[in-house]
Unconditional design. Sequence first.
Length: 295
Amino acid sequence: MELYDAIIVGAGPAGLTAASYLGRFRRQALVLDGGRPRASWIPTSHNTPGFPSGVGGVELLERLRAQALRYGAQVRKAEAERLSRTSDGFEVSLGADSVAGRFVVMATGVIDKKPPLVGIDEAILRSLVRVCPICDAYEAIDRNIAVLGDGGLGAREALFLADYSRRVTLLCLGDPGDLGQAGALQARGIETLAVTLGDVTLDSRNVVVASSAGGKLRQFDYLYLALGCETESRLAVRWGAEHDDLGTLIVDGHQQTSVDGLYAVGDVVRGLNQMAVAFGEAVIAATDIHNRLRK
């Protein structure tokens, strides 16, 4: 079995950047591509450094993959199922097959929780439904914005968006009394509307909401989801890597988890779920791996 210098689990911005740097360090890296990265859902990113006119998520991923391949990385369509320690490092089971590496980099990211609304995937790709106000609230300045949430996260996101528009409505799926920030919402002029998912419809141009009180139709330009994410950290957690209550992996200053030789970068690590952050974390991890291999 070929022994790679590093096995990178995940082919999103973080994983592909780590592969590029390892390749330029003249290290052999294998990237395991287990499916559609979160970045592929981005219609156009306007806050990615170096793209002043914006760049689509699919295009950016294609560029990052081409760059990693240019410097010698291998990319394989496969899902990592189990991780085990060997005398040389790690073995990653892919089901019927397995691969070995001296180090492993977890770049598995998160999955946004989406409500079961008809047409939601298409609405995300059209920017009608959005998941990251840090990423694109600037493009929603002064628009009529709805935030769909079921707890405190919805209130916090509505308050964040109030810096960009005076027309923000919080669509609360749970008990509005559980939000805990009624005073702050009222002070910022944010209306709270109790709804069920059956009240929310996505049409070809905007979000239509039928108010549960009286059935009055309300229309919004954008719908932000504030339902949280599922962290894809199971492989590392099963191996014993330390994590917080949300499942995000805890790392040191070199992006190494509590398991020696196991690194984590990108959204699977607690912090800002931003591509620019993922790029930096990938560089830090790849450099530390290179320096350890030199020794």
